[in-house]
Design a protein around this ligand. Structure first.
Ligand code: ATP
Ligand code: MG
Length: 260
């Protein structure tokens, strides 16, 4: 078995008295799409910021592409790109200028050519010379994704890539993520949307009360639930049923409640 692209073991992090991560274990295998599912405040962003070396853990270890976040942050930064929960796009610049800027900041040669390639890959060529401020939500997200992929990092972390997008834009972003994965990139994405995890993820981890309480493929997670039989028709549990069962949720439609 090759080393996983991301390996997290016993990771803890508190903010004052608030213990956000209480011993997180997570493995993401190379080339896979892995969804980290959790309610608001579960600690998803905290975890991905530690992986991206933007925040230190209190204890435990995390490696990205074999680089330890504490001992080799430079190596981690070369291997991993984080697309944050809030877009890093500069609205005053055009889509192309945003991409060229990122390529320059990463000291890559041929920034113009790289930018054009990304615009093409994310179907933004027609909008390349328009200010990003005029883009739709889906276009902004695609540009944001494209920016984080300049330089082709082997590991990409997407923090809630489709929050706030309309259904069409969401599908566009999903397609872009699948495309990435087909190219061999490892993708870790956080989401509150169970459907997103169902659509995209090879494996799913559920973060709750500071720990990953369940991990597996969608089929494995569904197998945790006894199938309910209604007459002769077997009702398949949805990921939502599984989520609510394992986190002990109430009657909410979506797991948007405060995790504490
Ligand atoms: N810098 C900080 N200082 C103090 N508390 C923080 C800090 N960062 C995060 N927290 C707290 O840690 C908890 C987890 O936050 P985090 O942003 O990781 O959650 P999340 O799972 O990403 O939530 P969401 O789905 O809303 O994005 C929250 O209670 C938050 O208020
Ligand atoms: Mg978050």
């Amino acid at each position: 078995m090759p080393d996983p692209a991301i390996r997290v073991a016993g990771l803890t992090r508190s903010f004052g008295d608030l213990e956000v991560l209480r011993g997180v274990d997570l493995e993401v295998s190379r080339g896979s799409i892995h969804a980290l599912l959790g309610s608001n405040g579960a600690g998803k962003t905290t975890l991905v910021r530690i992986l991206a070396t933007l925040l230190r853990a209190d204890a435990g270890t995390a490696t990205v592409d074999g680089h330890d976040v504490a001992r080799d942050p430079e190596g981690v930064r070369e291997s991993l790109s984080l697309t944050g929960q809030f877009a890093a796009v500069d609205d005053v610049l055009t889509g192309r200028e945003n991409l060229v800027l990122v390529a320059r900041l990463r000291h890559l040669s041929g920034p113009g050519t790289l930018a054009d390639r990304m615009l093409d890959r994310f179907s933004l060529t027609d909008a390349a010379d328009r200010r990003a401020g005029t883009y739709s939500g889906g276009m902004r997200r695609r540009l944001d994704l494209a920016m984080s992929l300049v330089g082709e990092p082997p590991v990409v972390v997407l923090d809630e890539p489709t929050t706030g997008l309309d259904p069409r834009s969401r599908i566009e972003v999903w397609d872009a993520v699948r495309e990435l994965s087909r190219g061999g990139t490892t993708v870790l994405l956080t989401t509150q949307y169970l459907e997103e995890a169902e659509q995209l993820a090879d494996r799913i981890s559920i973060l709750h009360e500071g720990r990953v309480i369940t991990e597996g493929t969608l089929a494995e997670l569904k197998a945790l639930m006894p199938p309910a039989t209604v007459e002769y028709v077997e009702k398949q549990p949805t990921l939502e049923d599984v989520f609510l069962a394992v986190v002990g949720g109430g009657t909410h439609d979506t797991p948007t409640g405060d995790a504490r």
